[in-house]
Design a protein around this ligand. Sequence first.
Ligand SMILES: C[S@@+](CC[C@H](N)C(=O)[O-])C[C@H]1O[C@@H](n2cnc3c(N)ncnc32)[C@H](O)[C@@H]1O
Length: 497
Amino acid sequence: MPGFDPTMLGPAVVARLREALSTASYTVAGVSQRLGEAAHGALLRNATPAALRATTGGDPLDTMTRLFALQVPVPRRAVDRALPGLLGPLVTGGVLETAGEEVRASIDVRPYGDETHDWWVVSDLTPGLDGSKARIAADHVLGVSPASTSLAQLTVRDPVGSALDLGTGCGVQALHLRQHAARVVATDVNARALAMAALTASLNGVAYDLRAGSLYEPVNGEAYDLITSNPPFVVGPPVPEPLIYRDSGLPGDEVVRRIVTGAPAQLRSGGWCQVLANWAHHADEPWQERVAGWVEPTGCDAWVLQRETADLPTYVEMWLADAGLLGAPGYHSRYDVWMSWFEQQGIEAVGFGWLCLHNAGREAAVVRIEDWPYDIEQPLWPHIADWARRADLLTRLSDQELLETCLRRRPHVVQETRGEPGAADPELIVLRQQAGVRRARRVDTVEAALVGACDGDLGVGQVLDALATLLERDTAELRTRYVPVVRDLVAEGWLDE
Ligand SMILES: C[S@@+](CC[C@H](N)C(=O)[O-])C[C@H]1O[C@@H](n2cnc3c(N)ncnc32)[C@H](O)[C@@H]1O
């Protein structure tokens, strides 16, 4: 929308807007309480009727919810009550527009928050409410999406000196980063996104250094403790009208490769780069090898989790629908072009997942690439940070040192057994983590007993020796056989120091 210009708003207007939003309880809790669980859930699916029914009272909270989230015109007098003295400046800044006695929102101002903050995030209005077919502008700025929140929950939140949000959009990642990074740089190629991120920042009383430019170009020569990116990762053919928020303009999954391979030059020692991504599954190359080809040359430790795999029709349908093109003229030909391009490229499916790189500064990097489509516990970041610490521990310890280390079973580990009722030994023993990635691991009797006995009192070697005696096995054989297993148990988070 050409009219949006936050520089017209000035600090005093922004402060009064914040005050009005807060006074009206236009917050995540306030709106969800006003709508009720079902209507709020419907709104998250872009269905507005239930929320409209719940906001007929005309108080400031109803007015703001109807204006921004539900995108309906509201009477001017209601806006005067909800946003006293702000209508004129907000029209000048391109936040609201008037038609006679009615006022509409031109952009979205949406409640958002973490455990301790009520925030507001500025973006373009959500397209496709109630299935409407409006075309999305090329420079559309996306609001907070499920992808944004999963990246926010993955991002390692240790206090750091500097953080980079590559492709900031509405500024949501930068907002989180500002809570634990002394300095935040947020970049984007879309000037409109930078303007929205600027208003998101000022509305929440924080500052980020906003810079225009592609990928690492605006931060060339600088190093960061933390880089986060939810980039435009859609894998597809060049399109005549790319949407900047999702179409990088680079072939296939090249944008992700560039972000990953460019990370080491921008990361301080000990720094993290965490990226949401799509990657192509090529017929002639397992996806793990493709992604390993990106992360291994970085020299960083890397943990890659593939969370979903989409077959090609599902993928194309999803992204054409995202662009508002489902059922639009040319839908079938766009679909054909996309599918033919996949065929030419030898792409069979597309993976979606998370790449976490840690610049551990070691000679030998630890790379873990896995398909993990199962339920996990969010926020995952404490477990990601723990994974990096345990990777360090394992690379530091020789096998002999590992055997001398007193390990502990992690608290969220439980055991399940299956077998004939009354049988002396179970047929199957499975360990399960009830936190983090919630792994399950089939184990033998020794492994189960080992994990059970590791309470931090005895060295692993002593525990194995005791088990050898108990099970009438050879002590040396058990040590040799189970050292790699212990390494695995530590790497996967069953045992820790
Ligand atoms: C999917 S949106 C993510 C927005 C936001 N960071 C979030 O997590 O919701 C991707 C963002 O990357 C920006 N972008 C696209 N191409 C880019 C490039 N080459 N360099 C930097 N940013 C880019 C888009 O304008 C858009 O704001």
